[in-house]
Design a binder for this molecule. Structure first.
Ligand SMILES: Nc1ncnc2c1ncn2[C@@H]1O[C@H](COP(=O)(O)OP(=O)(O)OP(=O)(O)O)[C@@H](O)[C@H]1O
Ligand SMILES: [Mg+2]
Length: 225
C-alpha cells in the first residue's frame, strides 16, 4: 500500500500516509498501542474498509477499483481470523467452515473435500458435528482458521487471534499459523502478545498514531536497545 490515509467520520485519522509492502509468503506482525491503527490497516487489506487516500494493492489488484461483484470474489482470496472468532453459533463446525463455499455454490463434493482437508489441518475433524458453543476457545479459533483457509487464500489476515486465549492455547494457534505460512500463504497478524512476537522472530511492523514507526526483518515486540 502506498500513501494510505484512513479518516473515519468525525475527522478521526486512523492511518496517516502508510507505505507498506508485503511479499508473498511473508509472515508479518503488526504491533503498536491500542488505537495505533492496526485493525484499520488489516481491514483495508481484506477490503472491510476502503482508504480515504492512497492505494492498496493486493495480489496486483487495486482494491478500491473493485466493482461490487468483484469484491466477493476478491474476499475469497483472503482469509480473516478475528479475536472473538465470529463463528455462527447455530451452525455446526462443518457448516461454519463450509459456509464460504456454499455461498459461491461450489459442488457438494468439492465442499466436503475442502472442509475435511481444512478441519484435518487444524486437527478438528472429530468435532465436525459440534456447535461452536460446545468447544473450548482455542478450538473455536481453530475452526475460524479452518474457515479462513478453506478457499486456499493468498493471505491470512489475523487480528489479535490469540487475544482471548491462554498462553498454551495461543502457542498452538501460532504453530498452526506458522504451518499455514510454510505452505506459502502470506500471514499478516496484529497482536499485543509480546511473548509470541519475541519467540517467532518474524518481520515486525510497529505502528504509532496511524504511522509505521518501525519495520524489522526479524524483529522483537519492543525496540532493541
Ligand atoms: N469505525 C470507526 N469509526 C470511527 N473511528 C474508528 C473506527 N474504527 C477505529 N476508529 C479509530 O481509529 C483509530 C485506530 O483504530 P484501530 O482499531 O485501527 O486501532 P488498533 O491499533 O487496532 O487498536 P487495538 O489495539 O485497540 O485493537 C482509533 O483512534 C479508533 O478510535
Ligand atoms: Mg485492533
Amino acid at each position: 500500500m502506498y500513501g494510505v490515509t484512513k479518516v473515519y467520520p468525525g475527522d478521526v485519522v486512523a492511518l496517516a500516509g502508510v507505505d507498506l509492502s508485503v511479499e508473498k509468503g511473508d509472515f508479518v506482525f503488526i504491533v503498536g498501542q491500542s488505537g495505533a491503527g492496526k485493525s484499520t490497516l488489516l481491514s483495508l487489506i481484506y477490503r472491510g474498509a476502503t482508504p480515504t487516500k492512497g492505494q492498496v494493492l493486493v495480489g496486483g489488484r487495486n482494491v478500491i477499483r473493485l466493482k461490487r461483484r468483484e469484491v466477493a470474489v476478491f474476499r475469497r482470496k483472503i482469509g480473516v481470523v478475528y479475536q472473538d472468532f465470529k463463528l455462527l453459533p447455530e451452525r455446526s463446525v462443518y457448516e461454519n467452515v463450509a459456509f464460504a463455499l456454499e455461498v459461491i455454490e461450489a459442488p457438494q463434493k468439492e465442499i466436503a473435500r475442502k472442509v475435511s482437508a481444512a478441519l484435518d489441518m487444524v486437527g478438528l475433524s472429530h468435532k465436525a458435528n459440534s456447535l461452536p458453543g460446545q468447544l473450548a476457545g482455542g478450538e473455536q479459533q481453530r475452526v475460524a482458521i479452518a474457515r479462513a483457509i478453506v478457499n486456499d487464500p493468498l493471505i491470512v489476515v489475523a487480528d489479535e487471534p490469540t487475544g482471548n486465549l491462554d498462553p498454551d492455547t495461543s502457542a498452538g494457534i501460532m504453530a498452526l499459523l506458522s504451518d499455514i505460512n510454510c505452505r506459502g500463504t502470506t500471514v499478516i497478524m496484529a497482536t499485543h502478545n509480546q511473548l509470541i512476537v519475541d519467540r517467532m522472530r518474524k518481520r515486525v511492523v510497529e505502528m504509532e498514531n496511524g504511522r509505521v514507526v518501525r519495520d524489522e526483518r526479524q524483529g522483537m515486540y519492543c525496540h532493541e536497545v
